[in-house]
Design a protein around this ligand. Structure first.
Ligand code: SPV
Ligand code: MG
Length: 431
């Protein structure tokens, strides 16, 4: 008997999957690959059930002979070990980033005369509804909130991109690229105080109040499912912070990062060029503990951000604070630097990891931007935040367009670099 292999990455079975199995059965014994969590989060939606549950689900389907685990989005390992006579797939992977997977499968099958069978993708209202329901489920507070902790366990490094509006949220949510035979996407969103303030034309000095920040978060949540980390600045008064923790938790925010500064906060990238005061260890530890005391679920995270390197207080001060804040209950440590050279950041991570193997470390490589994610991960970093790059790329593009229209007294000269009208009107999904 011949073997027909297909890979599934779904939590819910619909007509499309049943059709694939039906078609595959015509060619041989049907073996389904259950895509691992690690591969799934780089390529598709976040799983709402475990790999074990997905395996059981696929095994229970009529016409399925066997279920195996596929650990990588590319088929090399599976094809080498299983040598299926046929690989069966929906025909919706001919365009976009998935095309690379198709090409990979074709070349692997070619080596021994295996065949690719492409089944027309099933577009019907029931399938669309199931997709919609899955998305809605992921957007619910109880799913979204815990997802950051799940990601920290699942992936070597959680990749976070700045979002400050529904539109930028959609970019973080939907951008998937294929590069060097791998598919990739961001894991989570950072609601930066710098970018949220900048989008409102305000300075980054805690002037944009919490109600307004919550409004931004809600705009993003309306159209996305990925977890959110809020830049909570100093956390404000402890008496206010505890209420805000409750609100954020209830909304489904996964984490708030608060920095150990007091008084009028200025952006860290000014460093010592402006007056900034660091909070005492005692004062800031009390704020962390009060926040942890206030939260109701185990999902939410309060991450302590240490400004010692920014304020040139030295490595020892940063490390002392890191252990004190962890002891006070912080669920993670963010260490910041505004140096181009990553040396002090990497030294902090190495030394912190000598005594603390577990507490997640967060970095924001705006200045030390030469370090790749893999290197951070080798130094024990768990979360990397690209804190302002969307804002910094959009602003010059918009400014140049405004200047050129003024210069040429018409818009023809700028048109080539604009998104076509046809595309902008279909950018946003309709229900
Ligand atoms: C932000 O994005 O607002 C931050 C990071 O706090 S930084 O601007 O580098 O201080
Ligand atoms: Mg900030």
């Amino acid at each position: 008997m011949k073997t027909a292999y297909t890979v599934f990455c779904t939590d819910i079975i619909h007509d499309g999957h049943r059709n694939i199995i039906e078609q595959a059965r015509k060619y041989g014994d049907v073996v389904i690959g259950a895509l691992s969590d690690e591969a799934l989060i780089r390529y598709n939606k976040f799983p709402t059930i475990s790999l074990e549950e997905r395996i059981q689900l696929y095994k229970s389907l009529d016409g399925v002979k066997d279920v195996i685990v596929q650990n990588d989005i590319m088929y090399n390992h599976v094809i080498e070990s299983l040598h299926p006579d046929y690989v069966v797939h929906g025909d919706n992977w001919k365009n976009g980033p998935e095309r690379a997977i198709r090409e990979n499968v074709l070349s692997l099958l070619n080596e021994y005369g295996g065949e690719l069978i492409e089944v027309p993708y099933t577009y019907n209202p029931a399938v669309k509804k199931i997709d919609q329901q899955l998305k809605e489920k992921l957007a619910m507070p109880e799913y979204r909130r815990k997802r950051l902790r799940q990601l920290i366990e699942m992936t070597p490094i959680v990749k976070v991109m700045e979002a400050h509006s529904g539109l930028t949220g959609l970019i973080v949510e939907k951008t998937v690229v294929e590069h060097d035979g791998k598919l990739d996407q961001f894991d989570a969103m950072w609601v930066s105080s710098l970018c949220d303030s900048t989008a409102k034309g305000k300075p980054d000095i805690e002037l944009v109040d919490m109600s307004s920040r919550l409004r931004t978060i809600d705009d993003i949540m309306e159209v996305t499912t990925k977890p959110i980390i809020l830049d909570g600045d100093t956390g404000g008064l402890t008496e206010h912070f505890v209420y805000n923790v409750r609100t954020l938790e209830r909304m489904g925010v996964s984490a708030v990062i608060i920095e150990d500064k007091t008084g009028l906060k200025k952006n860290s990238l000014f460093g010592t060029e402006v007056e900034q005061t660091q909070a005492s260890i005692k004062e800031f530890s009390a704020k962390i503990s009060a926040g942890k005391e206030a939260q109701l679920t185990d999902d939410f995270m309060i991450i302590a951000r240490i400004e010692s390197l920014i304020l040139e207080k030295g490595m020892e001060d940063a490390l002392t604070r890191a252990s004190a804040f962890t002891a006070a209950g912080a669920d993670g440590i963010m260490i910041h630097s505004r140096k181009k050279d990553p040396q002090e950041i990497l030294e902090f991570c190495d030394r912190f990891r000598e005594t603390d193997k577990k507490t997640p470390i967060v970095v924001v490589p705006s200045s030390f931007n030469s370090v790749r994610e893999e290197e951070f991960s080798r130094h024990g970093v768990n979360i990397v935040i690209y804190a302002n790059q969307l804002t910094r790329s959009a602003f010059p593009a918009m400014q140049k367009t405004a200047e050129d229209i003024l210069k040429y007294h018409r818009a023809k000269e700028v048109d080539d670099r604009l998104m076509p009208i046809k595309e902008i009107i279909t950018l946003i999904d309709e229900l």
